[in-house]
Design a protein around this ligand. Structure first.
Ligand code: 6R9
Length: 670
């Protein structure tokens, strides 16, 4: 597919923060920068927050979560055990209860007479509109559930999903949930080779994909590319193909089946399978500090409790009147929890948009908000920064007065972007929820509550009820004010349960540094005198480009697989547009020297191996890389070089001349 790097379709643009044509706005924002704290608007009263909840959650967290699970979800068999913490860090929640996620997202709303309510207002790239009601979703989900069964998919089998932003992606996820199959969604912007890797390591039995995907007026032949890369995968028995764009798609007799044909011939009734609360719901691969992506596993009852509870509370959802829009892609955790499961479980009406934010023009998002009278909008800081660059005239063309609440996720938001969002998009009246969480946490953990929490631009503020974060120093001492390593000290229902088929790596990655009951997040943070959390960023070898996680090792191994390359080291450089950008130091074989054509070739090579989002922004040719005596590349020094900083301690280097030569070279080139 041809999505741009961050999956939002945003092309990289320059670095100015505010469109320079608007001097008065710039001045106003500068003045606002002096405001440290924004109190909730007096007329914004939280629908769901009760101060007593926070007290109850603090007094007895499992009892508080049990109450949420019971009141927010329908259970086929009510649970009696709340938290099994007998074998940390393998926590289990609501163990003897049974429920079905798709029944909670669909059947219960239809049964309550809300079948005709719009679940998804879908907007296609060429301006198409589809109104998908709860009854529509339920009908398709049942047929696909039966279709998958016909293809031999049973409880616990893994089903890959590689689809663009079309309603079928939600149907595919819900159909898996209905029969207890485990979905493994791969972001549409990834290359087919990344899809292959994720299917292979999870032994996916079926893959649901599409004929082609549109991006800014062009159509990429997805099925053809998938065949070329995955055709010989042994475990993969069938490929289901959604006809979306009409582009020619090869169909291999016996293995492949059209989605619409499968649905047409399937029985329309598929009762939801009551599943154990700890039955796996999905795997989502995320980057870790090695080249091998981590298969983060979420289960049924706890995950849905977290997604439902937080979506309603943090977005102050009124399912009867709100129109909610999250601009993420379903291929990321934000899409899982806040496009599919949270909103549908709460019976909300959402917008789903297939296209890029600058096609056909840069005002398309604001046009959609005006047309559907969107009330709640959730996006990423990187997207806001790009809109700032484009200038306030684009949102200025539209009536955005329906908006009442704004959210951000994915990376720290710089105060100026926060203020622009507040002023230009929110008209100064909408609270902003800066929501901190991760693929691993399943749901939002630290965020302001609208109408309750005073916000400070750039801070995710305070934890939600039932969540217990803390900062620790390097040696494990609690930090009450200042910077430290972010940890979560008590289990919560929507936490990951393990890394798929790799319990050891799960313990090692998250629960080895400070003991088996302290979850190590991987972020550093600062705690201020008011107890507000300010997330600084990752402490491991993970790069956050436009809110999307990539591991340095993953990108390095893609570069090194190019025949001309002898060695590569990848580091992050801060970038005003994308938060962080990838810088690759590359040594070519046989003392060759690289040129611009080689840079283009390497970037393309990475795009085909991982996806466009992983392309290095800068490639720096290195005759040699700075290494310790034990042969470890010192990325810390490379970061200093990339960002033009004074070099840190070089005494442990095997050959200190290497860095001096490299630093001199970079300085010259800049
Ligand atoms: C939901 C999601 C997780 C990492 C996380 C942190 C960064 C996410 C943030 C934020 C500052 C926020 N992050 N939200 N940093 N403020 N509001 O993005 O999941 O893709 O797993 O990334 O993203 O570094 O550790 P995921």
């Amino acid at each position: 597919m041809t999505s741009t790097a961050d999956g939002t379709g945003l092309d990289a643009v320059g670095t100015d923060i505010v469109g320079t044509d608007d001097v008065s706005l710039e001045r106003e924002l500068d003045q606002l920068l002096a405001v440290e704290r924004f109190d909730p608007p007096p007329d914004f009263v939280s629908r769901w927050y009760r101060p007593a909840d926070a007290a109850a959650a603090a007094a007895d967290p499992p009892a508080f979560w049990a109450e949420q699970a019971r009141t927010l979800l329908d259970w086929d068999t009510p649970f009696t055990t709340v938290l099994d913490d007998s074998n940390p860090p393998f926590y289990r929640w609501f163990t003897d209860g049974r429920l079905n996620v798709s029944a909670n997202c669909l059947d219960r709303h239809v049964a309550a007479g809300r079948g005709d309510k719009v679940a998804i207002h879908w907007v296609g790239e060429e301006g198409e509109r589809r109104r998908v009601t709860y009854s529509d979703l339920l009908a398709d989900t049942q047929r696909l559930a039966n279709g998958l069964k016909e293809l031999g998919v049973g409880k616990g089998d893994v089903v890959g999903i590689f689809l663009p932003m079309i309603p079928e992606v939600a149907v595919a996820m819900l159909a898996c949930a209905r029969i207890g199959a485990v979905h493994n969604v791969v972001f549409g912007g990834f290359a087919p080779s990344a899809v292959r890797e994720r299917m292979e390591v999870s032994d996916a039995k079926v893959l649901i994909t599409v004929d082609g995907a549109r991006r800014k007026g062009r159509t990429a032949p997805v099925k053809e590319a998938v065949d070329a890369e995955l055709g010989d995968l042994k475990a993969l028995e069938h490929i289901v193909v959604v006809r979306s764009t009409g582009i020619a798609a090869p169909i291999r007799e016996g293995r492949d089946v059209w989605y619409h044909e499968l649905l047409e011939r399937a029985d329309p009734v598929a009762p939801p399978e009551p599943l154990d609360a700890e039955h796996p719901l999905f795997i989502l691969y995320s980057s870790g500090s090695t080249a091998k992506p981590k298969g983060i596993l979420h289960t049924t009852g706890g995950y849905l409790t977290g997604a439902t509870y937080t979506h309603r509370l943090v977005f102050d959802l009124d399912a009867d009147s709100d129109v909610y829009w999250c601009s993420a892609d379903v291929g990321w955790i934000t899409g899982h929890s806040y496009i599919v499961y949270g909103p549908l479980s709460n019976g909300a009406t959402s917008v789903m948009f297939e296209g890029a934010p600058d096609y056909p023009d840069r005002d398309i998002w604001w046009k959609i908000i005006e047309e559907f009278k969107v009330t709640i909008f959730y996006t990423a800081p990187t997207a806001i920064r790009t809109c700032i660059k484009w200038g306030p005239q684009y949102p200025g063309r539209h009536d955005l007065s329906s908006l009442r609440l704004l959210g951000t996720v994915g990376e720290p938001i710089n105060p100026k972007a926060w203020l622009w969002y507040h002023k230009v998009i929110g008209g100064g009246r909408c609270p902003i929820v800066d929501t901190w969480w991760q693929t691993e946490t399943g749901a939002i953990l630290i965020s302001p509550l609208p109408g309750v929490t005073s916000t400070k631009p750039g801070s995710a503020t305070t934890p939600l009820p039932g969540i217990f974060p803390a900062l620790l120093s390097e040696d494990g001492q609690p930090v009450t004010e200042g910077t430290g390593v972010l940890v979560i000290t008590k289990p919560w229902p929507s936490m990951l349960r393990t890394l798929y088929r790799d319990d050891e790596r799960y313990v090692q990655t998250y629960f080895s540094r400070f003991g088996r009951d302290v979850y190590v997040v991987g972020d550093a943070a600062r705690l201020d005198a008011d107890g507000y959390f300010w997330i600084i960023g990752r402490i491991d070898d993970v790069i956050n480009v436009s809110g999307h996680r990539l591991s340095t090792a993953e990108v390095e191994s893609a570069i090194v697989s190019h025949e001309l390359v002898a060695e590569a080291a990848v580091v992050a450089q801060s970038d005003e547009q994308t938060g962080q950008a990838i810088v690759a130091f590359v040594t070519l074989t046989g003392n060759q020297s690289g040129d611009d054509a080689t840079i283009a070739e390497l970037r393309e090579h990475v795009a085909t191996r991982i996806g466009k989002l992983a392309r290095p922004k800068r490639v720096i040719w290195a005759d040699d890389l700075p290494k310790t005596r034990s042969g470890k590349i010192m990325r810390r020094l490379l970061r200093d070089i990339a960002e033009g900083r004074e070099l840190g301690d070089v005494t442990t280097l095997r050959d200190p001349d290497v860095v001096a030569a490299l630093a001199g070279k970079v300085a010259q080139a800049d």
